[in-house]
Structures are given as C-alpha cells and as structure tokens.
Design a protein around this ligand. Structure first.
Ligand SMILES: [Zn+2]
Length: 234
C-alpha cells in the first residue's frame, strides 16, 4: 500500500475547498477578501485563517462575530487559549493530552494494563471513551503514516509503543487508526511490527465509514466496531 501511495502524484496545491474552485474568479475573490482590512482586524483574520478547516470567508465571519461580541465573552475565549497552552501537555506514557505527567486514563488504577488501544490523535481517545466499551489503556501515535505529507514511522510515537509492549504485561493491541488510506497503512505497518512479538493484534471492525474520521463516528457504530474487532497480523 505504501509503495503504491508513493507513486501517486501529489495533490494539486491550488485546490481550495471553501472557495469551491481550484483557480479563477472565486479564489481570486477570496484572496482579495484577505487584503481589505488593516491592522488588528486583519491580523485576527489572518490568524483565524491559519486554523484547520477555516477558509478566508469563515475567518472573516468569526472575526466580525468577535468584534461584535461582549468583551467578557471574548476575554473568556482568550483566557481559554492562553490556559490551554500554559497548562495542558502530553502524557509522558501514552501521548494523550494531560494536565500533569500522566493523563487521566494512565493515572486510573481501575483500568486494565493488558490491552492497549492505538489511536492517531487525542481526539480519538475521547471518541472511544464515549462508547464506554473499553477499559484498557491507550497509545496516541500523533498522526498516521502519510508519504505525501512526508510523515513516516519515525515521525510517530511507535518507538514509545514498542517500549510499552516490551515488559510482557500487554496481551492485546487494538489498532484503532482512522478507516482511511493513511490509517490503514499505519495499521498494516504496526500489525507487521507487533504480530511477531506474540501479542494478539486486532483492528476495529468495519461499519465505520471508509474515508471518515473516528471522531465523527457515532457512539453506536464505534461501539459495534469495537465489539467486532478482528485479529490481524498473525
Ligand atoms: Zn496517558
């Protein structure tokens, strides 16, 4: 899968989802939109426009919403942004978001150490926790193998995962990477790596939308996928 991915041409850089066209009138209008304002308003629009999923029009809409909003509301948003950078870090064990050295899941003595569920991002931990199907531990990779974006196995927290598996307490690894090309490539890579260690390696069952994100799956679908996970890599 990786080899075939590497031979695909890179996506065209001029595709802009929000403007709906790759080039021409609308995109030009979007860029012109970006030059209309001066000073602080433009700075805010520029910063908002750098966020994932926010295009120039959305950035402008949010900026003017904030300008019209109550000063206390805006201050709470600013405080939340500052606080999250000051207080939240990543769990030293699993890579999940944490407010101390260990995250809530790793610090919970009631959870089992025998099963580790491997996910791409901290938001996937939240999605799986919502199902209440899983009482083991997590390992957050920090992304997925993606040759087009130059993300290889060394860029993910795979070494840390192997270190956690070395002490023999873990008996099953659940590969819960996203059901898309990158997630599947990552799961296949990990299954080949972990399978020979004598552990049971499982992958979430189908039923999850292909090409989708775990975080957008509803609890029932994700819960069923969890129950129906299958052994891979043996
Ligand atoms: Zn943790």
């Amino acid at each position: 899968m990786l080899a075939s991915l590497a031979t695909q041409p890179p996506p065209k850089g001029d595709v802009c989802v929000e403007n709906g066209v790759g080039s021409g009138g609308l995109l030009t209008a979007g860029r012109r939109l970006g030059r209309v304002y001066d000073g602080a308003v433009q700075d805010l629009i520029d910063e908002l426009g750098r966020l994932p999923g926010v295009g120039p029009k959305s950035a402008q809409r949010i900026a003017f919403h904030l300008l019209a909003a109550d000063a206390d509301d805006v201050r709470r948003l600013a405080d939340a942004l500052t606080e999250v950078k000051a207080r939240v870090r990543f769990c030293e064990l699993c890579g999940n978001v944490a407010e101390s050295e260990r995250c809530r899941v790793c610090a919970d003595p009631r959870r089992g150490d025998e099963v580790i569920c491997v996910v791409e991002e901290p938001k996937d931990v939240v999605a799986i926790e919502r199902t209440r199907e899983f009482r083991g531990r997590y390992h957050v990779l920090g992304g997925a193998i993606n040759p087009i974006d130059n993300v290889g196995p060394d860029d993910l927290r795979i070494k840390e995962l192997l270190a956690r598996l070395a002490d023999g307490r873990v008996t099953e690894v659940i590969l819960a990477t996203d059901p898309n090309v990158e997630g599947e490539a990552t799961a296949t890579y990990l299954a080949r790596l972990i399978g020979p260690m004598g552990l049971t390696v499982t992958r979430l069952a189908s039923g999850l939308p292909v090409g989708g994100d775990l975080e957008y799956a509803d609890e029932v679908t994700l819960g069923r996928a969890f129950e129906g996970r299958r052994v891979v890599g043996r």
